[in-house]
Design a protein around this ligand. Structure first.
Ligand code: ZN
Length: 175
C-alpha cells in the first residue's frame, strides 16, 4: 500500500461528479487500501476517491476505535433529523465550520468485492457519510453553509492554501 497525494480545493476532480465503479478488480482493492492508509496518515475520519485525484464513487471512513469501512457506489436512500456539527476536510486543511446535516440515514452501497449491502447510520457516522457522499457529487462542505459563512470560509481557505503551497518544506500529503 502507498500514501496518495491529497488534492486541494478547488483542483480537479473535487468539483466534478464522480463515475460509478464497474470493475471490482485488483486496481480497486489497491485504491481502497491506499485510501485507508492515506486517511489514517492524515488523521482523517473519512476520505473520498476524488480527494486522491480519482473521480470514482468510492469512499472510506473510520470512526475512533472502530475498523475502517469502504463504500463503493454508495447511495443515500433516506435521511431525517437535523443537527449542526463541526466539520473539516483534508482537501481544505485547517478550515472548520459547523455544518447542518441529517442525523439519521439509510445507505445502500457495495463492498470492495461488489457485494451489495444496506446500512443505517446515526449522528457522527451519518455526518461522515453525508460529507463523503457530497465529495462524490462534487460538493465540499462550505456549500452546505449559509452564504456569508461560506464566503468567509472560502476566503480563509484561499489564504491558507496560498501559505501551504508557498511553503517548500510543507509536505502536501501529510496535511
Ligand atoms: Zn472532505
Amino acid at each position: 500500500m502507498a500514501l496518495r497525494k491529497i488534492v486541494y480545493y478547488p483542483d480537479d476532480p473535487l468539483t466534478q461528479l464522480a463515475r460509478p465503479v464497474e470493475n471490482f478488480g485488483e486496481r480497486l482493492q489497491r485504491l481502497i487500501g491506499d485510501m485507508i492508509e492515506t486517511m489514517r496518515a492524515n488523521e482523517g475520519v473519512g476520505l473520498a476517491a476524488p480527494q486522491v485525484g480519482l473521480a470514482k464513487r468510492v469512499f472510506v471512513l473510520q470512526e475512533p476505535d472502530a475498523e475502517p469501512i469502504a463504500f463503493v457506489n454508495p447511495e443515500i436512500i433516506t435521511m431525517d433529523g437535523q443537527a449542526e456539527g463541526e466539520e473539516g476536510c483534508l482537501s481544505m486543511p485547517g478550515i472548520y465550520a459547523k455544518v447542518p446535516r441529517a442525523t439519521r440515514l439509510l445507505l445502500r452501497a457495495q463492498e470492495p468485492t461488489g457485494e451489495k449491502f444496506e446500512m443505517e447510520a446515526e449522528d457522527f457516522l451519518a455526518r461522515i457519510i453525508q460529507h463523503e457522499t457530497d465529495h462524490l457529487n462534487g460538493i465540499l462542505f462550505p456549500e452546505r453553509l449559509d452564504l456569508l459563512t461560506r464566503q468567509d470560509k472560502l476566503e480563509e481557505w484561499a489564504r491558507r492554501r496560498a501559505e501551504l503551497l508557498s511553503d517548500p518544506s510543507g509536505d502536501h500529503a501529510a496535511q
